[in-house]
Design a protein around this ligand. Sequence first.
Ligand SMILES: *[C@@H]1O[C@H](CO)[C@@H](O)[C@H](O)[C@H]1NC(C)=O
Length: 293
Amino acid sequence: MKINQTVLVVLFLTLSSSSIGVFGGNLFDDLHCSWGNGRSKIVNNGQLLSVTLDKVSGSGFESNGKYLFARIDMLIKLVSGNSAGTVTAFFLSSKGKGHDEIDFEFLGNVSGQPYTVHTNVFCNGEGKREQQFRLWFDPTADFHKYSILWSPHHIVWLVDETPIREFKNLESKGVPFPKNKAMKLYSSLWEADNWATRGGLVKIDWSKAPFKAFFKEFRAEKYNCDWSKGYPSCTPPSRSIFSFWTSPDKFFKTLDHGAMGKLNRVKQNNMIYNYCKDFKRFPNGLPKECQYN
Ligand SMILES: *[C@@H]1O[C@H](CO)[C@@H](O)[C@H](O)[C@H]1NC(C)=O
């Protein structure tokens, strides 16, 4: 009994100290500022990243590495106050023609009015799979965790561990799914007042510039994929880098029962646009995947 307890305590200390090592990760190792002439910056010894938008330019950063199936986490604090006309984007994208892309975009609003969370998937350059949401908290008051889980089985967008959208791999039904092109993570803050807020009616208030958003605790968990069989056969890593308590294969294949419940609640209460309900836009029939969602 005594020995068992000691063993447990030692085990616990070992695991928690090694995960602290990962948690204290340095943003310089994984990301670099790539746009905006010094308007995006990694500060606090690699613990915080800020992006800035002023009248001259927006700014942004990208990952050093590329991913082909991974789960990406980031804590983000969005532009506060009157952010109308600004867009903070956080997305995975491949390079070149016929690109693949998985988007999270945050469309600002006038003070006190809610942000719109915009999501989309592109496969071979073809998008048009937008879903939009309202958040259940003020995303400018504090940091919240936004994650993209991209496995060969599905793509899941998560907010503070709550799945808000799932895009399943329905290749067997003839629906394209991004699986061949490695993607980098990109993030930027830019001006889009021609469409972002109420379809472009509300313009940026430049007297409030510079606008700023903040990022921290970037984590990327790559899945181990074997490409020798033509189609990738992937497994999650043996131990999660996210936490000792989260199993690394959590949501790798499917959402569990609890997560499905949360997803359905978000669909009911927080979704404000779904391309699969937009019959006007697709007069010749909704995209194929809509019948399976
Ligand atoms: C901004 O707030 C208004 C009023 O609440 C809302 O109609 C609109 O959808 C919000 N979001 C954006 C991005 O315009």
